[in-house]
Design a protein around this ligand. Structure first.
Ligand SMILES: Nc1ncnc2c1ncn2[C@@H]1O[C@H](COP(=O)(O)OP(=O)(O)O)[C@@H](O)[C@H]1O
Ligand SMILES: Cc1ncc(COP(=O)(O)O)c(N)n1
Length: 274
């Protein structure tokens, strides 16, 4: 057992992105930028850069479980984020650990397919994700294609998004954040939709025309996790996360030859200039 800590702590359970833009690397950078102590349990190592995923090397279920136990038995966590979980065995293990350590503020980013098309979650695992993990989620943060795969419905307009959010909440997720980056309408505003089981709230920003969006979903969900770890409520956490990702996209670092990473220190730089 630990004494009441002086700092907020967040744990990410996700895959490693050697290119540093998504996965564990994006999560830890985001936690650090938001003054939250970051810890990690790695589910799979990927060989990846801005051009795509060149290799996926999952860890054993035992290795994943032991990393989580190492944190649960000693350091503790105020909020937990899950990202790439790869297989149903890993999902079931993670769900069991979340219950064992009674972690409540759990952000489930249902990572399935990388922007370049690589499969980061085996298809047979979608059911385990819905049945084992969604009931433990404080927040689930699908993008539109992920929400389609999870609900089995086609999502075109805002009414479809609302219906899909209701379906995901019915699996037990306390809050659903349906991200709007993949909105097929091509609107100049990108809207992330929050459903808290009763009401809907929209978080909007200007859509930026850029190819440097590798890791936006991970970074956004990590910012929500950090803010929840610091004791913010869901709407405060989302508003802050939206500003964080907008700055990270706008002040792009222009790295690599393909879909580059976002700028994780842009939000801090802007705050320092104010
Ligand atoms: N072109 C863009 N301009 C501004 N914000 C964006 C853009 N693309 C995505 N976002 C924001 O980045 C976050 C991740 O969105 P999305 O692309 O839907 O998820 P994912 O990265 O999981 O595919 C959301 O907060 C979304 O609003
Ligand atoms: C290890 C890992 N986790 C998650 C993503 C998804 O990120 P994106 O959809 O932005 O490519 C990724 N590419 N790699």
């Amino acid at each position: 057992m630990t004494n009441q800590p002086k700092v907020a702590r967040a744990l990410t359970i996700a895959g490693s992105d050697s290119g540093g833009g998504a996965g564990i690397q994006a999560d830890l950078k985001t936690f650090q930028e938001l003054r939250v102590f970051g810890m990690s349990a790695i589910t799979a190592v990927t060989a990846q850069n801005t051009l795509g995923v060149q290799g996926i090397y999952p860890l054993t279920v035992e290795a994943v479980g032991r990393q989580i136990d190492a944190i649960g038995e000693d350091l503790g966590a105020d909020a937990v984020k899950t990202g790439m979980l790869f297989s149903s065995e890993i999902i079931v293990c993670v769900a069991e650990k979340l219950r064992r350590y009674r972690w409540q503020k759990v952000v489930v980013d249902p990572v399935m397919i990388a922007k370049g098309g690589a499969v980061l979650l085996l298809e047979e695992s979608i059911r385990a994700l819905k049945e084992s993990l969604l009931p433990l989620a404080w927040v689930v943060t699908p993008n539109i294609p992920e929400a389609e795969l999870l609900t089995g419905m086609k999502i075109l307009g805002m009414e479809d998004r609302k219906e899909a959010a209701r379906k995901l909440a019915a699996y037990g997720a306390k809050h659903v954040v349906m991200k709007g980056g993949h909105d097929p309408s091509g609107a100049s505003v990108v809207v992330d939709l929050l459903f808290d089981g009763r009401d809907f709230y929209e978080f909007s920003s200007e859509r930026r025309e850029t190819r440097h969006t590798h890791g936006t979903g991970c970074t956004f969900a990590a910012a929500i996790t950090a803010e929840l770890a610091r004791g913010r409520d869901i709407r405060e956490a989302l508003a802050a996360a939206k500003s964080f990702i907008q700055a990270a996209i706008e002040d792009s670092l222009e790295l690599g030859h393909g879909h580059g990473p976002t700028n994780h220190w842009a939000y801090r730089d802007r705050a320092a200039k104010q």
